[in-house]
Design a binder for this molecule. Structure first.
Ligand SMILES: Cc1cc2nc3c(=O)[nH]c(=O)nc-3n(C[C@H](O)[C@H](O)[C@H](O)COP(=O)(O)OP(=O)(O)OC[C@H]3O[C@@H](n4cnc5c(N)ncnc54)[C@H](O)[C@@H]3O)c2cc1C
Length: 403
């Protein structure tokens, strides 16, 4: 087995999913190796929203005090109609009896990655190897998996009792294991730009997380540390140079909040948006978690969060096997079913529906959508029902009921 004293468990990718998986297993005494292809941890503009169940899980690793200190607690979030100024505001205290963290935490995902790597460096049975990029899976047998890895000293073969592919959407573990990543890629890209400008001056009562509808162009406005991050859809076929140009971004920001003069622009990121799920999360001793297993549009903030839920579910299965509470095949197959069916049934459906809802252009449908949000936000029972779903509490609970 993969357990203390045997071949280590190799976790590929030091993103939030790989980092948390490695830390959880290492703290439980498993020998782990975390492989990261980059020289240093990337600090890119990606997920920034932690949902309540993810925070409840991270709390079990005692990571929340540090994350909270680095982030912004958002106790209420909004659906706004920019044209009419109507605001549906959901107060997350409605779910205070269901979670220890009845809020969203706005904190860049790379901060969690750094904390994980820092914590792993304190654990003797954990190794973090930078500049180690997985090239391919070589083979597997009854006791382990061999993978080929590029390192500063050239290509090497590493052997793990298990190998967990958590290296993101382009996972080499997934691709070279013959697993598929079924689904689709949207024709349009999403643009994220950040600005230190106080957008709240133009958008009164702006909360830390805002879904803003508009007859011409919807967007998502998020607070992250000292910056506002705005996510816009773009027009399919437009050239990347145009979409990333100052002129285009200034135009988008002025459309959202017209002000005198130019905006100061911080980061800008343009990315493809996909809806895909691997055909299985387990092939013998090879497991997938996070974006390597599933990917979805960012509306609702379910990508990283879903990946963290995979990480905890998978680690729990390893603990069960180690402690003799679960049979290995049964436990790992159950991981696949619980997490894959959840991704397919809930996360994909929910994020696709979120996107459709945001991009609805028909004025009557827009009006109805805003009225629906406001009705739910203003009725405590409906608000709780809505928040149990959007905060991912229900879906995590339901995933554990899958047998
Ligand atoms: C702009 C944007 C905004 C987003 N906002 C949200 C949000 O608000 N909430 C949310 O939940 N999700 C959001 N997401 C999605 C979220 O970022 C991903 O779901 C999340 O990063 C997945 O984590 P991961 O650990 O699986 O993979 P990644 O974060 O992609 O990490 C993979 C790691 O593996 C490394 N790696 C890659 N290839 C190899 C290799 N061959 N060998 C070794 N290492 C390798 C990479 O360098 C990286 O460090 C957003 C995504 C984007 C792009």
């Amino acid at each position: 087995m993969a357990f203390p004293g045997k071949d280590p468990i190799i976790i590929c990718g030091a993103g939030p999913v790989g980092g948390v998986t490695a830390l959880y297993l290492a703290r439980e005494g498993f020998n782990v190796i975390l492989l990261e292809k980059e020289k240093v941890l990337p600090e890119d503009l990606r997920a920034s929203t932690f949902h309540p169940p993810s925070m409840d899980m991270l709390d079990r690793l005692d990571l929340m005090p540090r994350l909270i200190a680095l982030g912004l607690i958002v106790p209420r979030y909004q659906y706004r109609d920019r044209r009419t100024g109507e605001i549906a505001e959901f107060d997350m205290s409605a779910i205070k009896d269901e979670t220890k963290h009845p809020y969203r935490l706005q904190c860049e995902q790379w901060r969690l990655n750094k904390i994980c790597v820092e914590e792993l460096s304190k654990i003797p049975n954990a190794k973090v190897l930078f500049e180690h990029g997985v090239i391919k899976v070589l083979d597997q047998d009854a006791t382990g998996v061999n993978i080929l890895v590029s390192t500063p000293e050239g290509e090497k073969t590493l052997r793990g009792s298990y190998v967990i592919g958590a290296e993101g959407a382009n996972s080499m573990i997934r691709q070279t294991s013959g697993l598929t990543y079924e689904g689709m890629t949207y024709p349009e890209k999403f643009l994220v730009a950040s600005t230190p400008y106080p957008l709240e001056k133009f958008l009164p009562r702006l909360s830390g997380v805002n879904y803003v509808s508009d007859p011409d162009e919807w967007c998502v406005v998020l607070r992250c540390n000292n910056l506002w991050r705005v996510l816009f859809p773009t027009v399919p076929g437009d050239a990347n140079e145009k979409l990333l140009s100052d002129e285009y971004i200034q135009d988008r920001l002025h459309h959202l909040a017209p002000k005198q003069g130019d905006y100061e622009i911080g980061h800008r990121t343009l990315y493809n948006v996909h809806q895909r799920v691997a055909n299985t999360y387990r092939k013998g001793r090879i497991l997938l978690a996070g974006d390597s297993a599933h990917i979805n549009n960012p509306l609702g903030g379910m990508g990283m969060n879903g990946g963290l839920h995979d990480a905890f579910n998978l680690c729990e299965k390893f603990l069960g096997i180690r402690d003799g509470k679960a049979e290995e095949n049964a436990a790992l197959d159950l991981y696949d079913r619980q997490r894959r069916l959840t991704a397919t049934k809930f996360v994909q459906e929910h994020t696709i529906a979120n996107k459709k809802l945001m991009e609805e252009k028909d004025p009557d449908a827009q009006k109805k959508r805003q009225a629906d949000f406001m009705r739910q936000a203003n009725d405590p029972a409906l608000a709780k029902k809505f928040l149990m779903k959007t905060s991912m509490i229900n879906v995590v609970r339901e995933s554990y009921t899958i047998q």
